[in-house]
Design a protein around this ligand. Structure first.
Ligand code: SF4
Length: 443
């Protein structure tokens, strides 16, 4: 899709530029040394843009110090300030970093006031050469939009178009847009609708694509690849973030794979495919287990999402760490990868569906460890949607359609949600998983 080109520091997004790989620190921005160390690591790993959480005005000073020190070290990776609730914080951050991400769902409820706040932000961005990402999430659409369109891909597209029109009315074009969701069907549909709507409108901004709260491990990777590759294969998407509940440097190889593949620098290791009715039979000769997983998800995720096929049979081999081929036909690993792919494409649920945020500077506890423990203890609850979220500020709003939520409050306390409602508050962390399970049992 032909888009405008947006300059973010020394990087171009859209307008025919290569796909940009980005990630986000999970440190507290106020902890300057820890954030600097993570930025250096991410730069070395290949991140082309790094986002930092900026919860309030008190974080502007550390943000400035981090920016200045990275530049003095010769690291010129553009920094993005992630802002949720405060337009004043967005305005101050826009004076410091190359891009600010705003969540329109968090702007003023009164649309007129939101427009005024946004116009002030735009003026500062124009003055400082700062780009804006309009970052909408399925779980945190504003009340006005959801009352009109429900919590749907259409609502996401309409909300984005409202803000896109505000950018154009303000004569501001350094804009990137995202419409993330944890549900791959919702996410893909929302981006497709938005791509079409921008083309009809006549102003096409580049798109930042990602599956939010994808979780971790193989499942998080497969879910992200299914959603992102479905769009990139259609020419939708100019920059990618793979959100994993893991150290952020782990996201880079997966995002890099997607960028390489859809910029046509890399081909699948699939050597043949046959379609028998609605079953695909695919044979691989993969250089590694990791590549097999990524190729398989990218090759068949979109076909499953779009219901072009109903089943896929995995054959062939991958090379183990010693370079020896491991056969796939009839293996447990082939069955497991197929189950994970079917679940990521939401065609068949063989275990619970997890929503877990990647963590950021707002995270209130050891997210990765807790998420793994929640997964271990709830593995039998096939089909249930369970969310594990890092903070009470954004977590509840971002859990979208979870049946149950485990949300960090801070001070080693947790709130447990049933759907959108808190059902147990201030639960000590040490008891929270037991409490979650007993509440689930009671129904
Ligand atoms: S929900 Fe998670 S990723 Fe989102 S702001 Fe809170 S801690 Fe950060």
């Amino acid at each position: 899709m032909a888009t405008r080109k947006v300059k973010v520091g020394n990087i171009g997004i859209g307008g025919g530029s290569p796909i940009v790989v980005q990630t986000m620190c999970n440190t507290h921005t106020s902890d300057v040394e820890a954030t600097l160390a993570q930025c250096r690591k991410l730069h070395e790993a290949g991140a082309q843009m790094i986002r930092l959480t900026v919860p309030g005005l008190q974080d502007i000073k550390p943000l400035r110090e981090i920016h200045e020190r990275l530049r003095s070290e010769g690291i010129d990776t553009p920094l993005v300030a992630d802002i949720h609730f405060s337009s004043e914080t967005a305005i101050e951050a826009a004076k410091v970093v190359e891009k600010v991400r705003i969540n329109p769902g968090n702007f003023h409820r009164d649309h007129q006031k939101a427009c005024e706040q946004f116009s002030r932000l735009v003026e500062v961005c124009r003055e400082h050469g700062t780009a804006i990402r309009i970052g909408l999430n399925h779980g945190s659409l504003g009340e006005r939009i959801t009352s009109l369109y429900g919590n749907t891909p259409l609502a996401m597209k309409e909300a984005a178009m409202e803000w896109i029109r505000m950018c154009v009315e303000n004569g501001f074009y350094d804009v990137v847009v995202s419409l993330k969701a944890s549900n791959t069907i919702v996410m893909v549909e929302a981006y497709r609708l938005l791509a079409r709507a921008m083309e009809e409108y006549g102003t096409v901004f580049p798109l930042h694509v990602g599956v939010t709260e994808a979780g971790n491990g193989d499942a998080g990777r497969i879910k992200s690849i299914v959603g992102i590759s479905s769009l990139l294969s259609e020419g939708i998407g100019d920059t990618v973030r793979v959100s994993l509940t893991e150290p952020p440097e782990n996201e880079i190889p997966v995002a890099g794979y997607l960028a390489d593949r859809y910029d046509r620098r890399l081909h699948s290791s699939m050597i043949s495919v046959g379609i028998d009715g609605k079953t695909a039979v695919a044979t691989y000769d993969s250089p590694s287990k990791e590549r097999l997983l990524m190729d398989f998800a990218a090759d068949f995720g979109k076909m499953l999402l779009d219901r072009k096929i109903d089943e896929v049979v995995l054959k062939g081999s991958y090379a183990d760490e010693d370079g020896k081929p491991v056969r796939l036909e009839g293996s447990q690993y082939a069955a497991y990868l197929t189950d994970e792919l079917m679940q990521a494409a939401r065609r068949r649920f063989y275990r619970p569906e997890y929503i877990a945020c990647p963590g950021c500077g707002r995270t209130m506890y050891n997210l990765e460890e807790t998420f793994n423990e929640v997964k271990r203890r709830t593995a039998h609850l096939k089909g249930m949607v369970i969310a594990v979220m890092g903070c009470i500020v954004n977590g509840p709003g971002e859990m979208a359609d979870a049946d149950w939520g485990y949300v960090g409050e801070g001070n080693r306390r947790v709130t447990i949600y049933r759907g959108k409602n808190p059902v147990a508050m201030h639960v000590p962390e040490t008891e929270a998983i037991d409490r979650l399970l007993s509440l689930i049992e009671k129904g």
